[in-house]
Design a binder for this molecule. Structure first.
Ligand SMILES: [Zn+2]
Length: 91
């Protein structure tokens, strides 16, 4: 009978979907647990001195020529200021 074959097919498909969903949840959970990288949705900015990506809310800022620069530490900010000053003197 074609009808019973169809029902069996539907049940198998349903089971496969359930197993797939379960496996997907397990994999996703494991991935989430092992993830150490920053939380999604947090705007990251790049420190131009050392190249580190920092949380914009925690970064030190420096406004220069209307442009905002972000730094991971006071040391990087000072280095950037000194570097741009040295470049300005060179021109
Ligand atoms: Zn830095």
């Amino acid at each position: 009978m074609v009808f019973s074959w169809f029902i069996r097919f539907l049940i198998v498909m349903l089971l496969v979907r359930l197993v797939w969903k379960f496996l997907g949840g397990v994999v996703e959970g494991a991935a989430r647990r092992s993830e150490v990288s920053p939380v999604k949705g947090v705007p990251l900015v790049r420190d131009p001195v050392c190249g580190t990506y920092i949380d914009q809310a925690r970064a030190l800022t420096l406004r220069r020529k209307g442009e905002m620069h972000y730094f991971c530490s006071e040391r990087c900010r000072t280095a950037f200021q000194q570097d741009s000053r040295a470049r300005a003197r060179g021109h």
